[in-house]
Every structure is written in structure tokens, then in C-alpha cells.
Design a protein around this ligand. Structure first.
Ligand code: EZ4
Ligand code: CO
Length: 402
């Protein structure tokens, strides 16, 4: 088999998605997600201008060789743009290989290790009562696990709040929105939320929380300790992780399980975190961490240290990423949980897919490949519409982490 053509499809059915489609001389096609929120066209250009010309004529079955060719061959290693582009190629090639075999992708990885993929949904509200109510709505829908984020008294904005409940979308049109942040107010209030949630819903459902990189290590240690009585499934992105050693300080102070990795793009970003057992869940994704080929290596490294997977699954990862992730999740032996923010009906219509939700679990489906396609005619009706993630400042105006 030979790759005969490849192209990038940029579409905005409510939010921007970048998709790579690879075609072959045998008529099989494969899709890969290449969406990098707020920097979409950089990846589109990387693929169109620099990667696609190198793919034409290659054997799409050589998934590993093509991964190595693109990684080593670029000379410039790692980085979110490069690794999202490599991920898109890798995902599309796995899709083609599985279609050629007439099998769902998970069968090529090693087959099914579980009945379904446990997912967590996002509950958020402007205040404690609204957030508590929203958690209840997710539990009614059958979710076994819910992430809870709440507005904080005295703060206009908090991470994870606003613009819809089921389809929360942080990116906005125009220039980046500026938000104000107070760590002090946040740290005082969050334990009250989880105290209330355990009072109302008991200890049956899994509860999660995302600090979204806003704390210093010692503040993260304090929050983890304060949340211990409420037994979180995990505390996510408690502090930035460029300095992986920073997590040692957090670990010294709390037994609240820690998750990190949604912005990582390489196994090297998490090697020390894993080898020093500084985290409990690794959140690297198919789209931002070099595709299934590298995600599998990360998961295998993590398994040596009893660290589980918990892949990022926000709405800015397209249904193509979600489909591929679910095949990975149903196979990976050290699976933990999968994030699942629902895409809008407009997005689902552009990306028809085989995966389904029932009773708190996602199922990848039995379609050959990863089971996600694109309706190109419909996609063409939604042209690219620039949008940015917000930026964040402290109350005195100092730039902070959004
Ligand atoms: O803010 O994907 O856990 N999920 C998250 C996400 C991220 C967005 C950024 O584009 O933190 O909602
Ligand atoms: Co997150």
C-alpha cells in the first residue's frame, strides 16, 4: 500500500478543529486530530508545508518508521506543534492499518482489557449551590466520576466556570480574555465545596478537581492536605511541571492522588515524575503527545511504577482524538480514567463516530479503525474562526498561569 495524498481540514463547528486526512492507493483513508487550542494554524502549516510532502509514496503500514522519521528527521525535537503534527500522522496511520485488517484499532494494540472506559464529566457552577446541583446532574446521567469546579466568593472568574455546562468552552473570539486570580481566596474556598459534595452525595461517586497550574508547590501541598478528608480521585495540575522535581514538595505534604500531563508533549516531560513516583495518573493525550505510538511508551513506563493513565479529553481534542483515545483506553493495562467533555451536536455531526456513552462508560465501538470519520462537505460550511484561551493575572496585575 502507498500513501497517495494527504490534506489538512480546518473546520469550526462552534470551535476550531484541525484534522489530517491521509489517502492511499487502495482507497483506504485515515484520520488524525491535530488541534492545538489557540495555535491551530501553526500545526496546519507544519503538516501541509513540511510533513505531507515527505509522506507521499510511503507505505502507511510502517507506522513506527514514519514516527521515527518525523521525530528524528525534523532535527528539532519535541514541542507541542511538532508533536501534535506527528500525532495526527500516527493516528491516521493506525486508523488505516486497522481498517486494512478489518479490525477495530484496539485489537491491534493487544485487544480488550475491560468492558468499558470509565469517564469523568465536568460539573461547574458560579457558586457552591449551583456546582452541587450540577454534580447531581452528572450523577443522574450515570457518571461514576465527576470533576467539580466552582466560582469563588470575591473573584469574578475562576478556572472551569462559565459559558455553558455540558459543552464548556474556554476559548473566546478576538484577543485573549483577561481574567483575575487570587490564590488566597481559592485555597480557602475549595475544601468547602468538597465538604458539601461529600455531605450531599456521600463517598460513592469519584470526585476530581483541577487546580489548572495556579499554585506553587507548597500551596499545592496545603490544598492536597486540606482535601484529604474528602478522598478525591485526583487533584489535577496542582502546580506547573516544567520543573518535575517541584512535585517532590507536594508529595511530602499530601496523600491526595496527583494527576498531571495534559500539556506534555513528550515522554521526557514526565520521566522524572514517573520514575520518582511523584504522580498517580499521567494525563498525556493522543493528540498532544505524539500519537498512540508514544502514548503507549509513556503508559508502559508508568506501569512499572503503578501509575495509571487518565488522558485529557477536553472539547478542544476533537472526536478523532477521543475515538483513538478510547481504543487505547480499552486496551491499556494500567488504565485509570478518561476525561470526557461532550462535544456539541454540531461537532458530532461533522465527525460521525462509532463510540457511545452508557452508564458512566464510553465504548469505542467495533468499526474498523478508530471509528471516527469526517463529513467534509459539512466541515466546509464552518470556516476557521480565530479564538484564544484566556490569560490570567493576579489581583495586582502580575501575569499568572491561566
Ligand atoms: O483547560 O483543554 O482538564 N481539562 C482542562 C481543559 C483545558 C483546555 C485547554 O485548551 O484543563 O479544559
Ligand atoms: Co486540566
Amino acid at each position: 500500500m502507498k500513501i497517495t495524498a494527504a490534506r489538512v481540514i480546518v473546520t469550526c463547528p462552534g470551535r476550531n478543529f484541525v484534522t489530517l486526512k491521509i489517502e492511499t492507493d487502495e482507497g483506504l483513508t485515515g484520520l488524525g486530530d491535530a488541534t492545538l487550542n489557540g495555535r491551530e494554524l501553526a500545526v496546519a502549516s507544519y503538516l501541509t508545508d513540511h510533513v505531507i510532502p515527505c509522506l507521499i509514496g510511503r507505505d502507511p503500514h510502517q507506522v513506527e518508521d514514519i514516527w521515527q522519521y518525523l521525530y528524528r528527521g525534523a532535527y528539532w525535537r519535541r514541542g507541542p506543534v511538532t508533536m501534535s503534527a506527528i500525532a495526527a500522522v500516527d493516528t491516521a496511520l493506525w486508523d488505516i492499518k486497522a481498517k486494512a485488517a478489518g479490525l477495530p484499532l484496539y485489537q491491534l494494540l493487544g485487544g480488550r482489557s475491560r468492558e468499558g472506559v470509565m469517564v469523568y464529566g465536568h460539573a461547574n457552577g458560579r457558586d457552591l449551590a449551583e456546582t452541587t446541583d450540577q454534580v447531581g446532574k452528572y450523577l443522574e446521567m450515570g457518571y461514576k466520576a465527576v470533576r467539580a469546579q466552582t466560582g469563588i466568593p470575591g473573584m469574578k472568574t475562576a478556572y472551569g466556570i462559565g459559558r455553558g455546562t455540558l459543552f464548556y468552552e474556554p476559548a473566546t473570539k478576538g484577543l485573549p480574555e483577561e481574567q483575575i486570580w487570587s490564590t488566597e481566596k481559592y485555597l480557602d474556598f475549595v475544601p468547602k465545596l468538597f465538604e458539601e459534595l461529600r455531605k450531599v452525595y456521600g463517598f460513592g461517586p469519584h470526585l476530581l478537581h483541577d487546580a489548572h497550574h495556579r499554585l506553587t508547590p507548597i500551596e499545592a501541598g496545603r490544598l492536597g492536605k486540606a482535601l484529604e478528608p474528602y478522598r478525591l480521585f485526583w487533584l489535577e495540575d496542582c502546580t506547573p511541571a516544567e520543573n518535575q522535581e517541584a512535585f517532590k514538595l507536594v508529595r511530602q505534604h499530601t496523600v491526595t492522588p496527583l494527576a498531571v500531563g495534559e500539556i506534555f508533549n513528550s515522554i521526557h516531560d514526565c520521566r522524572e515524575l514517573i520514575q520518582n513516583q511523584l504522580i498517580d495518573y499521567i494525563r498525556t493525550t493522543v493528540v498532544h503527545a505524539g500519537g498512540i505510538t508514544q502514548l503507549r511508551r509513556i503508559a508502559d513506563l508508568a506501569a512499572l511504577y503503578q501509575i495509571k493513565t487518565g488522558s485529557h479529553g477536553a472539547t478542544d481534542n476533537s472526536p478523532v482524538c477521543m475515538g483513538a483515545a478510547l481504543h487505547f483506553d480499552i486496551w491499556v493495562p494500567n488504565f485509570g480514567i478518561q476525561e470526557y467533555m461532550r462535544h456539541t451536536p454540531e461537532t458530532d455531526a461533522v465527525f460521525p463516530h462509532a463510540y457511545t456513552f452508557s452508564d458512566g462508560y464510553l465504548h469505542p465501538g467495533e468499526a474498523p479503525g478508530h471509528g471516527v470519520e469526517i463529513d467534509e462537505a459539512l466541515a466546509a460550511k464552518y470556516p476557521y474562526d480565530p479564538a484564544y484561551l484566556p490569560v490570567c493575572r493576579l489581583e495586582d496585575g502580575t501575569m499568572w498561569n491561566w
